[in-house]
Design a protein around this ligand. Structure first.
Ligand SMILES: [Zn+2]
Length: 243
């Protein structure tokens, strides 16, 4: 079975796709690009106003959109239904939003994707964070250090775990990878992941890099479950002002 799946995925499907336009992975209608026009619009509706949301902190986090509706379905289709091609437009859009933001910095920066455990990556056939980082780099012209980090611990899905459990799960999950290990880079690192939830995973990665003397200047992700900041307090202060 495995060999048939391999032949289909790696040889026949790409070969057939030269002749047949692949369907939209979200609605199965024919599409000229990765998504059909309708679904592309729907995914864009999940983008944060202003091109993306910045979550400030010691290391600022830039996120393209809210993890909901069509963006959530697009990420699921990419990861779980074998549609790595979806990473391409998502990475481009992430780059466009980030370049227009106040946290963009192109000076002496390299891009490091959050790695998957080798076994998991073999099963999936790709690491979506690496594919996102790759198309992000095509737009920004930044260099990627594919193996800037390595995942040494296979972690379970963090979904549904408490904060404490998450921290415990991702503790010691990473080491500095071979691309950054032997020679401490003069460049700082931008981390790229697909989904940002509590930040437990990226914080664990940041800690490992910082311990290795490597500066991390930002985190980028295509989607977050976190709500954009600032909305509630703004309403409150408005109310106070009116009173
Ligand atoms: Zn569609």
């Amino acid at each position: 079975m495995k060999i048939i799946k391999f032949i289909w995925k790696k040889i026949l499907k790409p070969f057939l796709n030269i002749f047949l336009k692949p369907n939209c992975p979200l609605c199965q209608r024919s599409a000229d690009r990765e998504f059909c026009q309708y679904c592309e619009k729907q995914v864009w509706r999940c983008q944060f106003p202003g091109g993306g949301e910045i979550f400030p902190g010691e290391v600022p986090v830039f996120i393209w959109g809210q993890y909901k509706d069509s963006l959530k379905r697009a990420i699921a289709a990419m990861k779980y239904k074998d549609n790595p091609q979806i990473a391409k437009p998502l990475g481009y859009w992430l780059a466009d939003g980030w370049l227009a933001s106040s946290v963009a910095t192109l000076d002496k920066v390299v891009v490091v994707p959050i790695p998957m455990h080798k076994k998991k990556e073999r099963e999936r056939g790709f690491n979506q964070a690496e594919l996102l980082a790759n198309s992000f780099c095509e737009v920004t012209g930044l260099q990627m250090r594919r193996n800037g980090l390595a995942r040494v611990k296979q972690t379970q899905a963090l979904y549904g775990l408490s904060r404490g459990e998450r921290l415990e799960t991702v503790k010691d999950a990473f080491v500095v990878g071979k691309d950054l290990r032997n020679r401490r880079p003069r460049a700082s690192v931008l981390l790229v992941d697909d989904i940002y939830t509590t930040g437990a995973t990226v914080n664990s990665a940041i800690e490992v890099l910082q311990k290795g003397g490597i500066r991390v200047v930002g985190v980028l992700a295509i989607a977050t479950t976190k709500k954009p900041r600032g909305k509630k307090p703004r309403l409150k202060s408005q109310k106070l002002f009116n009173n």
